[in-house]
Design a protein around this ligand. Structure first.
Ligand code: PMP
Length: 357
């Protein structure tokens, strides 16, 4: 039986993407060859890379606006290093908000390169909200934020107005909602939540912000090199990029980000309503910052969770345990998660509540 997969990542992808990707492993486009055994320089794969890049720019509304899309390896974490390397001037500084463990990871790496000002942090409150009301120093080389905090279930609802280039880690909510992507200097996202399997990272880079640091940047770390070589400076993660392309095609065919956002709003509203209604559960993020991608909740004090865990298991629910660092529950309801699976989880929560009465 296919499970209801609430995993935080790698996570659910659309069924039709799984089908097309597995067919391409056996025989790509009736070529008699697997996608896994063709050169990344072949006409067939270059077409994949070009389509993936152009879909990413099209979906984000950035085509023709001075942005380049890259599909690179190394995970979102490599960008924690590549960003300061490419944007922080020698003796320069950067501003970060500390809204979760991934943001803190990015801050730690940036400190290797230079002066980092943490303009806001919610660490003291276990990252249960998004820091607000902060000031970004005008002389910062860039400002870094994390749009969605995968572990804590909080999401930025708005982005600051500033002349400083904004860099955003959108790993866990990219293409899940309509936002003005042109506000950002760099957007990056590990693919393994909303846009593909693990192994590839999407970057959307406003080209004019590069080349200002005065640093010598090693080739693999240099965004300009990757741009010049169209994501083929080294062998790209071909299968992950292909599967990401299929997922971007799926987003487009399903009415684009606008339509996906409507569905995401519906799913999140259903689940948060149940958390707020059900006497056995409470949400862990403050309401105004709740994430529509990662819904974090705990049982109220004194409730033994074994029976709930068993009900989930029996209903085919998979992957709702909270991150190992925080515990509780986390239902990740990314773009590809069908509303039916959310309804199954809700009915299990209701059954659990009834068993207490
Ligand atoms: N940023 C965020 C917001 C994440 O959720 C994750 C992974 N879950 C990362 C960065 C790290 O990504 P990767 O494992 O691809 O390096």
């Amino acid at each position: 039986m296919k499970k209801h997969n609430f995993s935080a990542g790698p996570s659910i992808l659309p069924e039709e993407v799984f089908k097309k990707a597995s067919q391409a492993v056996l025989d790509y486009n009736n070529s008699g060859l697997s996608i896994l055994e063709i050169s990344h320089r072949s006409k067939d794969f270059i077409a994949v890379m070009e389509e993936a890049q152009s879909l990413a720019l099209e979906l984000s509304g950035l085509s023709g606006k001075g942005y380049k899309a890259l599909f690179l390896s190394g995970g979102a974490r490599l960008e924690f290093d590549r960003i300061p390397y490419n944007l922080m001037k020698v003796n320069g500084k950067a501003a970060y908000i500390d809204s979760g463990s991934w943001a803190a990871g990015a801050i730690k790496e940036a400190k290797i390169f230079g002066d980092v000002t943490v303009v806001g942090s919610s660490k003291e409150d276990n990252y249960s909200y998004i820091p607000k009301g902060y000031t970004i120093p005008e002389d910062a080389d860039y400002f870094h934020c994390t749009s969605n905090n995968t572990i804590y279930g909080t999401q930025m609802q708005e982005f600051p107005e500033t002349n400083v280039p904004i860099v955003c880690d959108m790993s866990s909510d990219i293409f899940s909602r309509t936002i003005d992507f042109s506000k950002f200097g760099i957007i990056y996202a590990g693919a393994q939540k909303n846009i593909g399997p693990a192994g590839v990272t999407l970057l959307l880079i406003k080209e004019e912000i590069l080349g200002k640091t005065g640093r010598t940047i090693p080739g693999m770390l240099d965004y300009q090199q990757h741009i010049e070589k169209e994501s083929m400076y080294n062998t790209p993660p071909v299968f992950a990029t292909y599967t990401a392309m299929l997922t971007l095609q799926w987003i487009k065919a399903n009415g684009g980000i606008e339509n996906i956002e409507k569905k995401n709003n519906e799913k999140a509203a259903l689940l948060y309503n149940e958390i707020d209604r059900n006497s056995l559960f409470t949400g862990t993020a403050i309401k105004e910052d709740r994430s529509k991608m990662n819904v974090t909740f705990v049982t109220v004090e004194g409730v033994n969770t074994d029976a709930f865990d068993k009900l989930c298991k029996d209903a085919g629910i998979s992957g709702i345990n909270g991150h190992r660092s925080v515990g509780g529950y986390r239902a990740s309801i990314y773009n590809a998660m069908p509303i039916e699976s959310v309804k199954v989880l809700i009915s299990v929560m209701q059954e659990f509540e009834k068993s207490f009465k």
